[in-house]
Write a protein that binds this ligand. Structure first.
Ligand code: CDT
Length: 308
């Protein structure tokens, strides 16, 4: 008996500043219905899927940004998405900006089962970009101003007949992200992203954005024997071009499905969760081959130290 899970990666095209959440939820529901037509069990939407990528602008007074955040989930405006998903029997993973009752601000993803039960909430750990206004940039990437890093780390939840983990955008570039979940037996990792093609601190990386996106998710999948589903908000949003190339990666590290456009686009793969064991029980048999006794620096220090 194999454990098959049909997963849809629901890439979004751009969301402009003036697009309403109601309009966006209609787009999400259209993708959800397509996914149901393809018999998906689970649909993955991008990071900050309800609004434009607002950290590209700076506001002096944080209150002026409150309208980009959700104070509850489901919220009145997202309730139709939750209702439709439950009616169709399709689970989903959705990224959004979260403002808690205590005034904390997180970049968050929620995982919802096919029966509408909220399984888990994940809050982004690695927050990229900058804290302060940098007026000389062509656009801001002020995520470190708008979001605090989660202290909850990387959980893995029993759901959808397997072990499911989540990460958000920049998290996918860090091998520790995958390994912490790998050590909990993760079988599928869900990841939304917004990746501007133009990397302001080093434009020589612009041409490599697609390569780096695939590189990190393919190696993370292979080295931990897990499926990885990476889903973009793509295209030209408020003048900023963002990477598409959403993909579903097998535990072998092979890409089994990839988007071809930078618009709203669904790709689907039938994912055999038992395929993970081919890697988890052979080359990457952690218990047999890992050497944590010599990995101490990984958790005891943050930056590079030099002996001399
Ligand atoms: N959203 C997000 O994390 N984006 C970053 C952009 C690079 S840092 C400015 C990413 O890692 O794709």
């Amino acid at each position: 008996m194999t454990r098959m899970l049909t997963i849809g990666a629901a890439q979004l095209g751009p969301i402009q500043k003036n697009d309403t959440r109601e309009q966006v939820v209609q787009r999400l529901m259209a993708l959800l219905r397509q996914a149901a037509h393809h018999k998906c069990d689970l649909v993955v939407f991008p990071e900050l899927a309800l609004t434009t990528f607002f950290p590209r602008w700076f506001v002096d007074n944080m209150c002026d940004a409150d309208h980009w955040y959700e104070t509850s989930m489901p919220s009145p405006v997202t309730q139709p998405l939750f209702d439709e998903a439950k009616k169709l029997g399709v689970g989903f993973c959705l990224g959004y900006a979260e403002l808690t009752n205590d005034g904390e601000r997180f970049n968050t993803q929620i995982l919802v089962e096919r029966d509408g039960t909220v399984v888990a909430k994940y809050r982004k750990v690695h927050i990229p970009g900058h804290e302060h206004h940098e007026p000389d940039r062509p656009f801001q990437h002020a995520e470190r101003y708008y979001f605090q890093p989660s202290m909850e780390g990387f959980g893995v939840w029993k759901a959808f007949g397997g072990r499911v983990g989540m990460m958000i955008c920049n998290d996918r570039r860090w091998p520790e992200t995958y390994r912490v979940m790998g050590l909990q037996g993760v079988e599928v990792i869900l990841c939304g992203y917004n990746t501007p093609i133009h990397y302001v601190p080093d434009p020589s990386q612009d041409i490599l954005q697609g390569f780096h996106n695939a590189l990190v998710m393919q190696s993370g999948a292979y080295q931990n024997g897990t499926w990885v589903v990476g889903v973009a908000k793509a295209g030209v949003e408020e003048g900023v071009d963002s990477l598409g190339q959403s993909m579903i990666v097998a535990p072998s590290g092979q890409i089994v499905a990839q988007t071809l456009t930078t618009d709203d686009e669904l790709i689907v793969a039938r994912c055999d969760l038992d395929w993970c064991d081919k890697y988890k029980k052979t080359l990457f048999d952690f218990d047999r081959y890992r050497r944590p006794e010599v990995y101490g620096r990984i958790t005891s220090q943050r930056g590079v130290t030099y002996e001399d």
